[in-house]
Every structure is written in C-alpha cells, then in structure tokens.
Design a protein around this ligand. Sequence first.
Ligand code: FES
Length: 244
Amino acid sequence: LKPDAILFAISQYNLSGGAQKRLAAALEQGSSLPMRLVRMEGPGQPLGAALDALVAAGHCNILVQPLGLPFPESLRAWLPGAIGHWLAQSSGGVTVLLGKELADISDILAASARSAIAHADEAEPASAANMALGKPGWQDPPDFKHHLIVCTGPRCAYRDAASLLVALKDEVARQKVSNDCLTTRTGCMFPCNQGPMVAVYPKGEWYRLADAGDVTRFVQTVLVGGRTEPDLLIHTARLAREPA
Ligand code: FES
C-alpha cells in the first residue's frame, strides 16, 4: 500500500517555533510526498488535527512516521493507540500506516558526527565573558499567588493542550492577574482521559479546560474570584481535602 502523504511525529520537548520551521523545511525538502509535522509533546498542531487536515486535503493513505534520535519507546508504544482513537472517530475510508523506527538512525548519527568534525573550523570559541549561570535575574522565584501547572504530556497534547497553554496565558493577562500567576508546563500528570488540564496550587485543585469559554470561566472564578469552579473541577489534592 503506497502512502499518499506523510505525517512526521517528532518527540522533542523543548523546540522553538523557528527551529520547528527549519526542521519541517528540511523534511519537506527530502519528502516526495505532501507532508506535515506534529510534536508529540509541547505546542503545535495535535496529531488528530493534523490527520484531519490531511484527510481534508484529499489524502487517504497516510504514513505516520515517528521521528526522534531515537524516538522514545514509551511514545512509540502509545502512538498506535492514539491513531486508533483518531480512526475510531473518523468517518472512515482512510488508511493510516505506522512507520517503523527509522532503520538507518545509526547512519544519521554517524553522519552527524562526521559533519560536526568536518565543520569544526567554523565553530566559534566560547568565552568566560559570556558566563550565563548565576545572573541576579535568575535568583529568586516570582512572588506568585497561584501556581498553574499545565499538562502538555502526549495525551493532553493530543487534546490540544498547547492551545490551552497559550489561551490561559492570554486570559490571565486579559483579566489582569498575570502578576499573581506562575504558569509552567509539565509532562503527564496521570488523569489523561480528562485532559487538557491544569492544576492550581496551593489550592490543590485540578481543572479540565476544554475550550476558550472554560478558560475564561476558570480565570474569572478561580484566579480572580478565589472560588472553586465545580463544573470544571476534576480533582482535589489530598492536601486541600485534609488540611494539616
Ligand atoms: S498527558 Fe496530561 S495527564 Fe497524562
């Protein structure tokens, strides 16, 4: 079965927008098929939305190619189930092939080593004058009231946790509580089926925020109003249930 499009699923937790564009451009250059790229963790288009977009563009035999140096085993084990979930919800008529771990990964790594050595004369000398660690700006934690921990693990990423992270930061700013909040992202926190989700400490409350309306309500009620929003609450941590 010949694929008519390829979707690269990459695992790289910290990747800037610019680096992602360069990676996509390099893959596009080497691909003879229409292609897309998704990240298994972190911001960007979720896997299911990328498959939807390829189907909407008329593709029906899609090769999903895990890409990492190496691709993590846990994500490799999870990917078939995520694609199965998408297939179960799709309207049918589409075949998704799951590519094997790249066979020539050792060739790629060996080529990287050769290239690094071949271009060593272009390397720039490092200088102690550029010392970055220990600068005063990175000394103290911010004086926050709410620590918002947004899950961007693979299952929440499938449910568009990247958009939640952006929407939450925007709404916190719009409702003028940015200075009260420290927002960080994290890997899987376990209640994946209820994602995308954010945990708020020290309240010890975990919320599912599925759309922009939920985000607005959460910020208004929980962060600005200091109350609990029962409709969105999925969990209360033991420290909040059993205060010392
Ligand atoms: S991936 Fe978010 S809770 Fe598991």
